[in-house]
Design a binder for this molecule. Structure first.
Ligand code: FES
Ligand code: FES
Length: 162
């Protein structure tokens, strides 16, 4: 089966079994290795990406559901030359230890802040609940997300992108 989807702003035609998880399509077909395989059964959040602005667990999302939809991965949040606010904030707060959970954390947080960058800490904590970090860097991750929200608000006041 051929599925046409948009990944990080680029149209992609993927030839795969319809039940293939989106995570495998991203990593094996499109060489986008930001999203991680953690549990493979929807329980850790390491594979989180955005689909049409919503956080989605790509390990349990069959590619057949992605026809015509817009997928964003951590690679789509910015470039090495021009980091996006979420990427910049995670670096500034040194939020990663081993880093394995971080792309998923960033994408779940991005979905929250894209809808409303003006969030309080309680909302960030609640929203990130499905994503696990085995290194225990939660406090720094939450600080990074709060900082990203401030940067996005600043950018929108300046007429920039989020
Ligand atoms: S790898 Fe998808 S939720 Fe764990
Ligand atoms: S930084 Fe290691 S799992 Fe989160």
């Amino acid at each position: 089966m051929t599925v046409t989807l948009t990944v990080n702003g680029k149209t992609q035609r993927v030839d795969a079994d319809p039940e293939t998880p989106l995570l495998y399509v991203l990593r094996d077909h499109l060489e986008l290795n930001g999203a991680k395989y953690g549990c493979g059964v929807g329980q850790c959040g390491a594979c989180t990406v955005m689909v049409d602005g919503e956080a989605v667990l790509s390990c349990v999302t069959p590619v057949l559901l992605l026809e015509g939809r817009r997928v964003t991965t951590v690679e789509g949040l910015g470039t090495p030359e021009k980091l996006g606010p979420m990427q910049q904030a995670f670096i500034e707060e040194q939020a990663a230890q081993c880093g394995y959970c971080i792309p998923g954390m960033m994408m779940r947080a991005q979905a929250l802040l894209q809808a409303n960058p003006k969030v309080d800490e309680a909302a960030v904590r609640a929203h990130l609940e499905p994503n696990l970090c085995r290194c225990g860097t939660h406090m720094r991750i939450i600080k990074a997300v709060m900082r990203a929200g401030e940067m996005m608000q600043q950018n929108s006041r300046n007429g920039g992108a989020s």
